[in-house]
Design a protein around this ligand. Structure first.
Ligand SMILES: [Zn+2]
Length: 319
């Protein structure tokens, strides 16, 4: 039946009606806050391109998390900035590596907090690439050995979910086998399945001190022009044992989130990346947009596209 019997504006008539009929919700349960941890004491170093975000030493981070947990924080994704970088990325899998220390401290202090660890080597190598470099190229299969070692070190420290982000072929299978062999059958894998070679990562490279010293990451991260390939990547990771599939970045890739959601019946995560955050914050600081409401709208769109979980620097303000 057409107008006037049907008036769609009735569905929006006031906030009582609007809020009851909202199809999509963003709640603290779905948000994952990324955090940058480094060795040392008393550190809370601002990241200039990401207002409101910091590099933390553990002694300063724990009270911060405590306050956020009280406000409803449920999940964190940890990135480590080691004191020492080398070509074997040793700090990534050392028992006393910064991530392992951070996981142990957090699981002890906040047993109800879901702790996810990023697994990559770009922060841990002097060249800033995501694995072992041979003859100027990232050596896929040599990198798998480091991935297995690091996954075990993170699981042993108590990580709930391991999140490999290097776009190395076979990384999920390698991690699943390594974890199972060591008795970590219940540790989940959240795979960065479709991670694009994106310029939206710019601010992150300052945050994690991981800009490549030569070349770029286009031989392992995906071409932004490709969607079919993203489905193939996701399918392979699921076959290899990924529990959760991640799409990164989120905002310029909402179609990928939607297609992965419709093709596979697994939990889908989306990473609302540093550049997406920086754009909103910069516009807010200039008075060009209301950054708080824009952030909420963006996160709603990511949920609407089909993401079950959103990794976002806005998590703190949203809580
Ligand atoms: Zn990396």
């Amino acid at each position: 039946m057409a107008f006037p019997a049907n008036r769609l504006r009735r569905l929006r008539i006031n906030s009582l009606v609007r809020s009851r009929l909202a199809e999509t919700e963003v709640s603290s349960r779905q948000l994952i806050l990324p955090l940058f941890v480094r060795p040392g004491r008393g550190l809370r170093t601002p990241i200039s391109s990401m207002p409101g975000q910091f590099q933390w030493s553990l002694d300063r981070l724990i009270p911060e998390i405590q306050a956020l947990v009280r406000r409803g924080l449920r999940s964190v994704l940890l990135f480590g900035i080691p004191s020492r970088k080398d070509n074997r990325a040793s700090e990534a899998y050392a028992a006393q590596g910064i991530i392992q220390q951070a996981v142990r401290a957090m699981k002890k202090k906040f047993p109800d907090l879901l702790v996810i660890t990023d697994l990559c080597f770009c922060e841990y190598t002097p060249h800033g690439h995501c694995g072992i470099i041979r003859n100027g190229h990232l050596d896929n299969d040599a990198t798998l050995g480091l991935i297995a070692k690091t996954a075990i070190a993170q699981a042993r420290a108590g990580a709930d979910i391991i999140a490999p982000s290097g776009m190395i072929d076979g990384m999920v299978k390698t991690i699943r086998q390594a974890l199972d062999r060591q008795g970590f059958q219940n540790t989940l894998i959240m795979s960065y399945a479709a991670k694009y070679a994106s310029s939206f990562y710019g601010p992150f490279r300052e945050a994690a001190d991981c800009a490549p010293r030569f070349g770029n990451r286009k031989s392992y991260q995906m071409n932004p022009a490709n969607a079919e390939e993203a489905l193939r990547e996701a399918g392979m990771d699921i076959d290899e044992g990924a529990d959760i599939i991640m799409i990164k970045p989120a905002l310029a890739y909402l179609d990928i989130i939607r297609r992965v959601r419709e093709t596979y019946h697994v939990p889908v995560a989306a990473y609302n990346v540093s550049g997406e955050y920086a754009m909103v914050k910069a516009a807010g600081q200039n008075g060009w947009m209301d950054d708080k409401t824009v952030a909420r709208e963006i996160l709603t769109s990511i949920r609407r596209a089909g993401a079950d979980l959103i990794i976002t620097y806005h998590a703190k303000e949203l809580l």
